[in-house]
Design a protein around this ligand. Structure first.
Ligand code: IMP
Length: 426
């Protein structure tokens, strides 16, 4: 059986949580490979509605081994809180593991995130303030602490000592309170005690599962356009959010993936700063936001809403090598008399079909829309593609044509069963 990666096609919040939860039902392993608790993956199941930020959503499936790969960053407080929550529901968490090579997000990273954002002023990125950027900065700067460091007290003291020295130079530069080594050391010893059981090399576990032909779901976080290299830099997150990130973020062998499933929302949203050509600053944008309850799972911020951006979608399909698509939240558009799709951009008076890699250029792009008739009929109870109103089918077909990828799953509501399985994923 296959290795599937689930990737957000635009700027995140496409509804990956529901899709991963569905696919996890028949998975042997579920793995996070990038980002940290800046993500918010919502799952609705027989136990209730949950937003998981740090641990894989597969934890709700009794048979799946769940892992956090080396490419993710781990806020131990969040991980422990979520483990406690699911354990309280009677879920066995012994099948959860954290890579000993994953970086830790420590309290000083959160302080730095806040200080750096304040310093950026008008150019603030609008981060989730979860310390993600500073934690990845430390990784690249080779002063980060990995979860494996928690397992050796002497190593922990030495590495933390060095980290605190360099962090305090940065904190001081922002006029922020310095971090205290004794406090942090005590905190980390507490984490070590509580997380020890879960920390191990997970790349080997994943490769073994893949070699045995088991089903492994790689749970992407954020979206393609927030990727550190390929997104709308500098208004991006600090990790590799694309399918490319799976190989370095989970430590699996190249060519292991058989399905790259891109999750698209029937319209487009973005949280935080940065260009978004189809953003609607009018009542239509507000209508989408209210109907779809587009408020951040992690920060509660109102999401910026707009029509489906097929130029960005096509870029995302090509970049990730998407083999299948899932279209979510189709039901949100049920009541619109007409819907629009951005098919190209106008840049300095010229029509362009490609997604610019430079944010200043993207900032100048204006959407060129195609208008399609709405379907003015409820879709949440429909389970077959052919049952969808003709105009809804036409809308989906047009999106497929524009982005170059088939929508094999159509989501018409938040629950697992509110899904149309239009075609097998493989
Ligand atoms: P950071 O990841 O907290 O550093 O934030 C960097 C950018 O990514 C900001 O614009 C955030 O709003 C955005 N971002 C981070 N995580 C998510 C997410 O899960 N969904 C949508 N946007 C996100």
């Amino acid at each position: 059986m296959p290795a599937i990666v689930v990737i957000g096609a635009h700027w995140g919040d496409e509804g990956k949580g529901k899709i991963v939860d569905m696919l996890s039902q028949s998975a042997d392993m579920v793995a996070r490979f990038s980002g940290g608790d800046n993500a918010g993956h919502t799952v609705i199941n027989h136990l209730g509605e949950f937003s998981l930020h740090q641990i894989p959503t597969g934890i709700f499936c009794p048979n799946a081994t769940c892992v956090i790969g080396n490419g993710a960053v781990v806020n131990a407080e969040t991980a422990l809180r979520e483990l406690e929550l699911v354990e309280g529901l009677g879920i066995d968490v012994s099948r959860f593991h954290i890579s000993d090579q994953a970086q830790l997000v420590l309290p000083y990273h959160l302080m730095l995130d806040g200080a750096e954002e304040a310093y950026r002023g008008d150019e603030a990125i609008g981060t989730t303030k979860r310390g993600i950027g500073p934690a990845y900065t430390d990784k690249v700067g080779r002063v980060g602490l990995r979860t494996g460091d928690l397992l050796d007290t002497d190593e922990l003291a030495a590495r933390l000592g060095r980290a605190v020295q360099t962090i305090n130079i940065r904190l001081q530069g922002y006029g922020a309170k310095p971090a205290s080594f004794p406090e942090l050391f005590k905190l980390c010893q507490g984490y070590a005690q509580r997380l020890r059981l879960y920390i191990r090399p997970v790349g080997a576990l994943l490769n073994e599962a893949l070699a045995k032909g088991e089903t492994v779901i790689f749970e992407g976080a954020q979206g393609t356009l927030l990727d550190l290299d390929f997104g709308t830099y500098p208004y991006v997150t600090s990790s590799s959010t694309t399918a490319q990130g799976v190989y370095t973020g989970a430590g699996i062998r190249p060519r292991a993936l058989e399905c790259v499933l891109g999750v698209f929302k029937a319209y487009t949203t973005r949280v935080g700063t940065g260009p978004m050509p189809t953003e609607l600053l009018d009542e239509t944008g507000e209508l989408i936001r209210q109907r779809a309850k587009e408020f951040g799972t992690t920060t509660g911020r109102a999401r910026r809403c707009g029509w489906f951006d097929a130029v960005a979608g096509r870029y995302s399909v090509d970049l990730n090598g998407m083999t299948a698509g899932a279209l979510t939240r189709l039901d949100v558009l049920d009541d619109f008399p007409s819907v629009r799709v951005c098919v190209a951009y106008e840049l300095d008076g010229r029509r362009i079909e490609h997604f610019p890699t430079n944010q200043a250029t993207l900032d100048r792009c204006k959407p060129i829309y195609e208008e399609l008739p709405g379907w003015l009929a409820p879709t949440p109870d429909l389970r077959q593609f052919d049952q969808l109103p003709q105009n809804a089918r036409a809308y989906i077909r047009r999106l497929e044509e524009l982005v170059g990828c088939e929508m094999r799953l159509i989501s018409v509501g938040p629950r697992r069963d509110e899904t149309i399985h239009a075609k097998p994923l493989l």
